[in-house]
Each structure stands twice: as structure tokens, then as C-alpha cells.
Design a protein around this ligand. Sequence first.
Ligand code: NAD
Length: 481
Amino acid sequence: MTEVMDKVQTLQQFINGQWVDSASGETLDVENPANEQVIAKVPASGAEDVDRAAAAAATAFEAWQHTTPQDRSLLMLKLADALEERADEIGRLESRNTGKPVQVAIDEIPVVVDNLRFFAGAGRVLEGKAVNEYMAGHTSLIRREPVGVVASIAPWNYPIMMAGWKIGPALMAGNTVVLKPSARTPLTAILLAEIAADILPPGVLNVITGTGAGIGDDLVGHPKIGMVSVTGDTDTGKHIARVAAERVKRLHLELGGKAPVVVFDDADLEAVIDNLKTFSYWNTGQDCTAPCRVITGPKVYDNFVADLAASVKTIRWGDPAEGADIEMGSLIAKAQADKVEGMVDRARKGAEIVTGGVRPKRPGAYYEPTVIAGPDQRSEIIQDEVFGPVVTVQRFSDENQAIAWGNDVRFGLAASVWTADIGRAMRVAKALQFGTVWVNDHFTLVSEMPHGGFKESGYGKDQSMYAIEDYTIVKHVMLRI
Ligand code: NAD
């Protein structure tokens, strides 16, 4: 596919094991945001396409739900192997569609592969509560049933990784899937379907391409879809929850974030700055867990701001095609660069732009790595998700204020606390209302441990046994004995 992508090609979607155009024949342009070139066309799905995909998945579910965990595991392991073999091709394609550096995109594939392998095993040890006699003359047992057809709606920031995180637990729990990638980044999901076509039975994994506005409600509201899993913006999640409520559908919502980084005066500042230089600007800051909101102790604040800015200035950014030394690529689209520019410009009034704050005049969706010092806690730049290469730094007066500011946002996905005092680390980790809290680190996740939000960051977990449980329904079976 990478070779053919050198020419603009019209791709198809994957329904019931077949490659098909949209029912209307209409297509959507797919761009490389690093240079604004159209690189492919994909079907612009409509309600009829959703209907075909949901029907195919529902039919496939009839047999798939009765396969053994071992059967499903063997197929999942094959899929993981096949992705691993084509990691280079998938990564290169992802880079062209997202503007992220090529090696960064290639390095995401082992993460997806590990996740699928984890779920291939986890699906075999999924269990209910022990059988017991809770009433005389009766034995009770718990079954974990698949939900049925899952609509997996993926975002544009990690297109193949989020697709993998969704299909692993859903399929291993015995569900079938209709995957809808973001209309901006459908290419690696189509490649995933191409790879899975030789491994999974027809209809078990369907990939349809379309915009959220175009087919979102049809998909979420479709009577054959039993559960909706979405990773995306909090407003998108709220809209989907409203539509899903009509049929009381099960939901799995991985939404926005605004991660605080609480740095006490006794922290290893060099380690904090190393971490932020890499991970605040990873994926051009388009990461829901990005360490973007630093809250530092009163003594270290001034030096910290200066040292962070000096370090951030050295980040090499640009079009990934310019060379392997590009550390930070473009944003996903000009619209995203507009959003970042607008938020930074509005922040100028009450805060200092220490470095960056510039939208380069060149084709492509670029914004310079930025550090903003001293914004007010109630300001937009602190309260809302920028989803770009922007870090704010605030000065707290004591531990209570650090915790209060850390929690004072509507999101609750990820946070970190940096200190040499183990007791304080544990106190603050407990007090922070976020789904993941790192101590003296920020960013790394593992397949065995859950990832998911508190508050408006959503509910339901990715990764870990908790994710696979989310894709099942608990059933009580009671036998008279
Ligand atoms: P988005 O909300 O614009 O789109 C996400 C997906 O939802 C896309 O596939 C889109 O087409 C679809 N969609 C949009 N409107 C819809 C509708 N009405 N009905 C059904 N589907 C609809 O999000 P995005 O801009 O692609 O991704 C960035 C967002 O994702 C950020 O807010 C980020 O924090 C969040 N995110 C969260 C996590 C997490 O684990 N919590 C991980 C990655 C990204």
C-alpha cells in the first residue's frame, strides 16, 4: 500500500470480507498535513454503508461468539505477527497521513502488537466469580457474555494504535466490530483490514470510512450495534452518549485530557525537564495524557521556567520528509494549527510566552514548541485542552494549592507528581483525581495496566483485564440443585 500511496489512489472500505465503494460512490480526500498534499481518496460512507457493515458484523457474531477463547487467541496472535512483519510499511503510511516523524510512527507498531498479544492471552483467562450456593438448594455462577456488535470509533492522533487498542479486547471478548477511523486518518485502518482479511472470518472486523458528522449518528444509533467505544474529544463523547442513550447502549468513552505535572521543590528538575522536552511535544502535543500543565514549587519556579524554555528551544521540528532528525512533525490539520494559535494568542494577555508562540509561515500545519509562564488558574489555556505543542507553568504556594489546582479542571485522565519525599508522593497521588498518576515519571503505559479517565475524560478502560471486562456483560445463572 505504501508504494501505491506514491500516487493518489482511491481506496475502498472493508465490509463482510469484501472491498467496496460507498453506496453513494462519493469519496473523501485524505491529506498529508505536513505539506497539505492530497494523498488518497476513501469512500464517504452514508447510512446505507453503516447498515451493511452492522448487518455483516451481526451475522458474523452468531458464529464468532461460539468460538473458543483459544480459537480467537490463535487468530489474534496471527494478526499481531502480521502487523509486526509489516511494521515499517504501516509506520511509513501513518507518518504520511499524520505528519508525525517516520521513526516515531514505526515505533508505535510494537506497542500495538504487544497490546494485541496481551489480549490474546487475557481473553483466555477472563473469568466470572467463583460458583457458590448463596441460597440453600441453589448454585449461582457468573458468565461474562460478549455484548454483540461493537462500533469502535477511533481518533486521528494515534490512528493505528487506537484501532488496535479497541479491536483487541472487543474481539477477544467474543464481539464483532465495525471500526470507523477518523476521516482525517483512515489509511492505516484500511491497511489493518487488508492484513486482517486473510486471518479473521468475514464480518468479524469491518472498516468503514466517513466523517463523524456524516455517519456518526447512524452508526451510534444503529439497532444492531450493541456497544459504542469512542476515543475522541469530550464534546464528541457527550454527543455520542446522548445518541446512545436513546437505546440505552453500553459506552466506552476515552475522551480529552489536561494532565497536571506537579513538581515540588525537592524534585529532580533535570529529570522533569528531560521528560517534558520529549513527552509534552510527543506527537506535536496531540496526546490526551501529554504532560502539558506544569505546577511547580515556589522556590524552583523561576529557574524551572528558564531551563525548560532553553531545552524546548532545541527541539528540531519540521516536515518528517526533511530528515530522520526531525523530532516533532506537523499538527494534524490547519484547523488544529488555527486552534492552537488562537488559544496561545488569547493566553498572551495574562501570561508570558517564554518560547515559541509562533505559527511558521510555510505550507503545512505547524506551530513552534511553546512554553507559557504564569497563566491564571481560571484562564482558558489552563482549563481547556490545547492538543498542540504548548506547555504552561504555574507557581503554587503549598501542597494543598498544588492539589487543588491539579484537580481544578473538568478532565481527569492522567497526572504526575515529582518529589523526593515518598510520603508526599503517595499523599498527592491519592488526592489527584486522574485515571493514571505517575510518580517521578510521566507518559509510559503498559498493556497489563488500565488507561482511562475520571470526570469528563470519560469512563471505561483501555488496556488490561479491565478493558476486556468492559467489553462483556455480566450474567448471573442460578441453578436449582
Ligand atoms: P474527535 O472527537 O474529533 O473524533 C474522534 C472520532 O469520533 C473520529 O473518528 C470522528 O470521526 C468521530 N466522531 C466525530 N463526531 C462524531 C459523532 N457525532 N458521532 C460519532 N462519531 C463521531 O477527536 P479527535 O480530534 O480525532 O481526537 C482528539 C481527541 O481525542 C482529543 O480530545 C484527545 O484528548 C482525545 N483522545 C483521548 C484519548 C484517551 O485515551 N482518553 C486518547 C487519544 C485521544
